[in-house]
Structures are given as C-alpha cells and as structure tokens.
Design a protein around this ligand. Sequence first.
Ligand SMILES: [Zn+2]
Length: 296
Amino acid sequence: MIIDVHTHPPRPQFARPAGQAITNAAWRPDKAASISATPADYAQAMEVVDRAITFNIASHPDKDPNAPFDPSDLVMPTKEANDLTAALVQSQRGKVIGFVTVHPYEADPLQEIERGVHELGMRGVKLGLNYQRADLLGSEAYAIYGRAQQLGLPILFHMGTSPVRTAPLIDAYPLHVDRIAIAFPELKIIIAHIGHPWQVDTIVVIRKHPNVYADISAQFFRPWSMYNALRLATEWGVMPKLLFGSDYPIATPAETMAGTRQVNDILEGTKLPRVPEEEIEAIIHRDSLALLGLAD
Ligand SMILES: [Zn+2]
C-alpha cells in the first residue's frame, strides 16, 4: 500500500500545450517545476500509488478578484478551490480523497467546512496560513481547529519556508503546532514538508504528540537537508510518524520515492551513519489513511 498524502489538483488555467508548460524555478533547486498538468497527467502520475489526498488553498477574502494572473500564486477563492478539488476527486474514481480548504477570516468558514464534508465528500482540511496571510494561532483559526477535531477531520498544514515574499514565515513555523496540539489533543495534524528547513522543530513536535505527523514531500531535492532530517528522525525515534507525500505537481510520487531511496548516496567515502533503508521503505509503504482515521 502506497499513499501520497500531499498532492495538488491541476488548475485548468495553468494548462498549456506540450512544450509551453508554465514552470517555476523557485519551487525546487534541481530543476524548474512544471505546473501545467491536466487531470489525465494527474492520473498518470498517481499510477504508482494506491491512494492519494488532494487539496487547494483558500485565498484571503480581501484579495482582489481582478488582480493580474500570477502562476506562482497558490491560493484561490474558497468555493472555486473546493469545487476544483471535488472535480478532481470525482475524475479519479474513488482513488483520491479531497480535503476542504477555508480562510479563517472569511464570513463563515465553518459553513464551508460543512459544505465540503456533506456536499463534496471531503474528509480533511488543508490550510497554508502563511500563504493565506492569516494568524496560525489566532481565534479565527482556532475555531476551525475545534470544528475539525469535533468532526474527526485531519488538518494538513503547509509548514516551513516558502519563496513567496508576501507569505509570513512565522505562520508556517512548525514549533507553533505544539500549541495547537496541546489545545486540540484529538485533532490529527500533518506538518507538510517536515517543516523544512526547521525539520528539527517538527521532530520535537511529532515526538510528543501522538496525533501529529509530518509528510516527507519536497525533501529529496535538497539531499543534505533530507539526510539530516531523516537521521535526526531516526535518532529521536519518530520515523514511524513520517508519511509519504510528493507535493505533486512540484514533484511526482515516482520521483519522490526514487529520490528518497537515494538518501544515503551522499555518504559514499564517509563514515557517517546511514538512514536505515528499511525505515525508508516503511515510510513509502505506510498506511497513512489508517493513521489519519480515513480508512474506508
Ligand atoms: Zn503542497
């Protein structure tokens, strides 16, 4: 069983004919990432996994709907974001689970969570509060955490750095998840990207909170960072809290598996300790849906 817990639906407005893909060189250091995918591309990329979780990120309610088109902009109006996620889920015939996204400062985020769950069949919540320009520890966000806990919806947070200049880093700092997990001990939380480059902060949080996990998406293209993260996770005993994810379309699940399996390549000629290969396989094959309470 292989589950990709972190994928983004292809956005129709980014679709381009072959050879004219929209790429962004800021997302990964080894090559420019293409974001011009279609639902067919998505299905093809997901052939190597058994199940996947997908989501968008809701924009700030004050965002100008007529602002110029910006392909590096990750957010979109709430209803559009959730309808797009639901359409992708529909197209993938039971393989993909959608998470609803809301903005803490919109008029009625809890009602949109209801719509997401009851009308669109969503089974978790996605937030990227730095991209959303919202306070991670504010009362509006806490209302969302409380409802998610009540409804048994896991929350996946974008965590860690971002090249987006207007996205405040402090609202994606993984150590703050400790406060959220203390306030909502039954809430299942996934810290995306092991909170890179603050993986050590993520490790101390997932170590103490049974319901907090992290996904390994976007690690493999920074080999030293990934090696350190997975060695620290090994020494602190939190490898079982790491979930497989790709951050598609920034990377595919196949690339992420291959890249993660190469974590020890940089050790050649050194006496540095290896990341145990069987632990890497355990991450790739982890039944994350069962851990998140999403097993069918
Ligand atoms: Zn992502």
